[in-house]
Design a protein around this ligand. Structure first.
Ligand code: UD1
Length: 467
C-alpha cells in the first residue's frame, strides 16, 4: 500500500534505459509452457505483472531462475504439476486465460481458469478467445464455482488446425489462438489477426521454439504444428508504452529525455502525432531523444486503433500532453468503450475536457450505437493543480504522474500497485531525470487511517521508503 508524493514544476532532463515490454514478457512466459525446453530471456522487466506471471508458472510446475539485476530469466517446465489456475490469480491481470491456449496441447487434464481480471477499462469479454479455441477442437465450458466462475477447457480428441476469422483483431485472442495452434495438427490460419509488435515478438520466440509461422500483410497469420521443440534464447523487445510515456513526460515538462533502447519501428504512429503537436524528437542509432521545442499546438484528431494505428495505451498520457497545447483536439477511442474515466480527475486538476458518446471526427466505430463516452474534446493550454489522486488503472496511472509533474505544488498518489505492474523502477527513473518524487510505504492500519485525514497530513509524519 505504497503512495507517491510528487512536487512538479521541474523539467525532466537526462537519460534512461527502456525496459523490456510488459505485454510481451508476460506472454512469452506463458508460451514457454508449450514445451519442456529451457527458455532463457534477456531484458526481462522487473515489474508486478511479470512477477505475477512467474508465480503462476511456478504453480503450474515451472522451474524459474530470475537474475533481476542482470534482467535474465530462465524457465523450464519439464512436467506439469497442475492445470488449475488458482482463483487468487483471477483478478490479477489478463494472463490466466492464455493458459488455455498454452496447455491444451500439453495435458489431458481439464485446464481450469477462473474468470479474468485486468484494468477496469471496459467489459473485456473473452468470447473471441473461446470461439477460436473451440474451432481448433477444444471443449470449453463456463461453470460457477464457490466464489466466482471458471472456464473448464480440454482437448481430449486432440487439436486440429483450422481457419479462424476474428471479427475484431483482438491481441489476446490472437495470442491464445497462436499458442494453441502450435500444438494443433496441420496448419492454422488466423484471419483479421492482431499484429502488434509484442505479437511479432511472440512469433519470433515460437519460431525458435520449433513452430513455423508466417505473417501476411493482410493480417493473416499461418501457423504450422511444431514437430520438435528446442531450447530458446530470446531478448524481449523494448516497451513502447514506457518509451512513449517518458517521451510525453519529457516534452510536457519542457525537458529533454533520451530513452536508450527505444525502437523506432514500433513507435511510428506515436511519433507522427508527437510531431503534429510540436513535440521534438530525434531518432538516434541506439534510442530516441524526446525534447521540448517550443509551445505545443493543439488541433489534433487522434483515433486509437489496433497496430499499426495509434495505440490505446498511449491515449491517456497524450491527453495530459494536449492539456498543455494551444487549441482544441479531439480523441476518438475505438479500442475500449470505457477508457476515459480517468479524465474526471484531470478536470478537477484544471483540464478542460468534455466527453461525448458519439464517434467524433472520424468513421463510426464498434461503439457508435452504444451509450459509452468514447470521444473527447480537450482544450488547452491549462495549468494543472496538485491533487490527492487514486489510480484506477495502469496507463491512467502514468497520466496522473505526468499531471502531477506539471503542477508546482505537491500531489499525493495512491493505488500505485498499478504503476508497479507495468513501469519498472518508475520512482528511480523519474528521480534520475530530476523529478521531485518520494515513495512511502503505508501499513494496513495507516492506510485505513487515510479515510480520517488527508494523505498530505498522514505522510508528513512518516519516513521515506528506501527500496
Ligand atoms: C492487450 C494489451 C493492452 C492493450 C490492448 C489493445 C496486454 C497484457 N494487454 O490487451 O495493454 O491496450 O491489447 O492493444 O497485452 N474483445 C472482445 N472479445 C474478446 C477479446 C477482446 O470483444 O474475446 C475486445 C475487448 O473488449 C476490447 C478489444 O477487443 O474492446 C481489444 O481487446 P484485446 O485486443 O483483446 O486487448 P487485450 O489482449 O486484453
Amino acid at each position: 500500500m505504497d503512495v507517491l508524493k510528487i512536487r512538479g514544476g521541474k523539467p525532466l532532463q537526462g537519460q534512461i534505459r527502456a525496459s523490456g515490454a510488459k505485454n510481451a514478457m508476460t506472454k512469452l512466459l506463458v508460451a514457454s509452457l508449450l514445451s519442456d525446453k529451457k527458455c532463457t530471456f534477456y531484458n526481462v522487466p522487473n515489474i508486478g505483472d511479470v512477477e505475477i506471471t512467474v508465480n503462476l508458472c511456478k504453480e503450474i510446475g515451472s522451474e524459474v531462475k530470475w537474475d533481476k539485476k542482470n534482467k535474465i530469466l530462465e524457465i523450464s517446465t519439464r512436467e506439469l504439476k497442475t492445470s488449475y489456475v488458482p482463483q487468487r490469480y483471477s483478478g490479477s491481470n489478463r494472463i490466466p486465460i492464455l493458459m488455455i491456449g498454452a496447455l491444451l496441447g500439453r495435458t489431458d487434464e481439464d485446464i481450469i481458469v477462473p474468470t479474468i481480471g485486468g484494468d477496469l477499462i471496459g467489459s473485456r469479454p473473452v468470447d473471441l478467445h473461446i470461439h477460436a479455441l473451440q474451432k481448433l477442437g477444444a471443449r470449453i465450458e463456463y461453470r460457477e464455482m464457490k466464489k466466482e466462475g471458471a472456464y473448464f477447457a480440454q482437448a481430449h480428441q486432440g487439436l486440429k488446425g483450422a481457419v479462424i476469422s476474428l471479427s475484431y483483431p483482438s491481441v489476446g485472442a490472437t495470442e491464445n489462438t497462436i499458442l494453441a495452434a502450435v500444438r494443433a495438427k496441420g496448419t492454422t490460419l488466423i484471419k483479421n489477426a492482431a499484429i502488434e509488435p509484442e505479437i511479432i515478438d511472440l512469433i519470433l520466440f515460437l519460431q525458435k521454439l520449433g513452430a513455423n509461422i508466417m505473417v501476411d500483410a493482410d493480417r493473416t497469420i499461418y501457423i504450422q504444428e511444431a514437430v520438435q521443440f528446442h531450447d530458446v534464447e530470446h531478448t524481449v523487445l523494448a516497451d513502447r508504452n514506457e518509451v512513449a510515456s517518458y517521451g510525453m513526460a519529457a516534452i510536457s515538462t519542457k525537458g529533454s529525455v533520451f530513452v536508450e533502447g527505444a525502437e523506432h519501428l514500433n513507435m511510428i504512429a506515436f511519433l507522427n502525432k508527437l510531431r503534429e503537436v510540436g513535440g521534438g524528437f530525434q531518432v538516434r542509432s541506439n534510442g530516441i531523444e524526446f525534447f521540448y521545442e517550443g509551445p505545443l499546438r493543439g488541433g489534433l484528431h487522434i483515433e486509437t486503433d489496433v497496430h499499426p494505428g495509434f495505440m490505446t495505451d498511449w491515449q491517456q498520457p497524450f491527453v495530459v500532453l494536449l492539456t498543455q497545447a494551444t487549441g482544441t483536439s479531439v480523441i476518438h477511442e475505438t479500442v475500449y468503450e470505457n477508457r476515459f474515466g480517468y479524465t474526471h480527475m484531470l478536470k478537477e486538476m484544471g483540464a478542460d475536457i468534455a466527453l461525448f458518446t458519439q464517434c467524433l471526427g472520424g468513421k463510426a466505430c464498434r461503439f457508435a450505437s452504444n451509450n459509452h463516452h468514447h470521444s473527447l474534446i480537450v482544450q488547452g493550454p491549462t495549468p494543472l493543480k496538485a491533487k490527492e489522486i487514486s489510480i484506477p488503472d495502469l496507463r491512467a496511472g502514468f497520466a496522473y504522474v505526468m499531471a502531477a509533474l506539471l503542477s508546482t505544488e505537491e500531489s499525493y498518489i495512491s493505488n500505485i500497485d498499478f504503476l508497479d505492474r507495468g513501469y519498472e523502477d518508475h520512482v528511480g527513473k523519474l528521480t534520475s531525470l530530476g523529478a521531485d518524487i518520494t515513495r512511502y510505504t503505508l501499513t494496513k492500519k495507516q492506510f485505513q487511517e487515510k479515510g480520517k485525514q488527508t494523505l498530505q497530513s498522514l505522510l508528513s509524519t512518516m519516513p521515506v521508503d528506501t527500496p
